[in-house]
Design a binder for this molecule. Structure first.
Ligand code: SF4
Length: 298
């Protein structure tokens, strides 16, 4: 058994935490990773997250330990000792088919979620979508799963440790020129607004709005990796976009969203905001509603 004393600072324990083992400290940056991974334990109480219910079952404890590992700032701690491997070994976490959530989010991308597609070499090898933290435990796991042949970057905010992954795996990075791909030495630079077929089952669709060079990636007409363009809103129970962080242009982002109505997908896998799975028809209906909602607000 490997035990681990968790790093969050008990002296900075937020008063919003309920008493007990797990807690969040004052360094929390409110990325919501914990409340999405372990919603029965953590909640967003305003501008930070805290523990509102201590884990009672093994399943809840496992999820809380996964949140602790995934937290970008080491802001989650425990009073008791726990087996660290429970949280560490959970990542990459299988979502569906051959698509995984990497966990181990990075503070430099504000806790953005990144994903791993596992494919045999004959199909082009594994793909990282945006960058997790370059954590030794995760890197070893990814290496054991077949390395990384390509790194798809949705936009400039979520590139985190891209150089370290590039150096480790000698992978080709893909990113749009309008988000500074040339400046950071990306190997495959995208240009313009036309979709680009990267592989038979992998399409990149430029979606300017959040940033000028934002793109989304569509895999197998099933998985849409949306960066900061599109996510699920648990509050509104539909797809949404983030008006307050539409840094480049909300009208452009609305136009980009409308373009996605031409495509079919069942999964929305964002950098920030909640994941959503639905049948393609229902997803399309949600997307159409999102476009109407975006057009209604300025
Ligand atoms: S994962 Fe960490 S930084 Fe993100 S909301 Fe939770 S405690 Fe805060």
């Amino acid at each position: 058994m490997v035990y681990y004393c968790f790093v969050a600072n008990l002296q900075q324990r937020l008063p919003e935490n309920v008493p007990g083992d797990f807690f969040v400290d004052a360094t929390c940056i409110d990325c919501d990773t914990c409340s999405e991974l372990a919603p029965t334990v953590f909640r967003d109480h305003g501008d930070q997250c805290s523990v509102y219910h201590q884990p009672e079952t093994d399943a809840e404890t496992e999820r809380a330990l996964m949140a602790l590992v995934a937290c970008p700032t080491g802001s989650i701690g425990t009073i008791e000792r726990h087996n660290a491997r429970i949280g560490i070994d959970a990542f990459p976490l299988l979502l569906s088919d051959n698509v995984y959530f990497c966990g181990f989010t990075s503070e430099s991308s504000f806790g953005a979620w990144s994903y791993l597609i596992v494919r045999p070499a004959s199909e082009g090898g594994n793909i990282l979508i945006d960058s997790p933290r370059f954590a030794t435990q995760l890197v070893k796991r990814i290496e054991a799963m077949g390395s990384v042949s390509r790194m798809l970057l949705t936009h400039k905010d979520d590139i985190a440790a891209h150089e370290l992954f590039r150096d480790k795996f000698n992978c080709e990075r893909v990113m749009h020129a309008d988000d500074g791909a040339n400046r950071i030495g990306v190997e495959h630079v995208l240009r313009g607004e036309d979709p680009v077929q990267l592989d038979d089952d992998l399409l990149v669709i430029p979606t300017p709005g959040h940033t000028r060079g934002h793109v989304v990636y569509l895999y197998r007409n099933k998985f849409l990796f949306t960066g900061d363009h599109l996510a699920w809103s648990p509050a509104r129970q539909t797809l949404t976009a983030f008006r307050s962080v539409s840094w480049y242009s909300w009208p452009e982002q609305t136009r980009s969203m409308e373009k996605l109505l031409s495509y079919e997908f069942e999964w929305v896998l964002p950098g920030h905001g909640d994941i959503h799975k639905d049948d393609a028809k229902t997803m399309h209906d949600h997307l159409a509603g999102c476009v109407r909602w975006m057009k209604a607000i300025k």
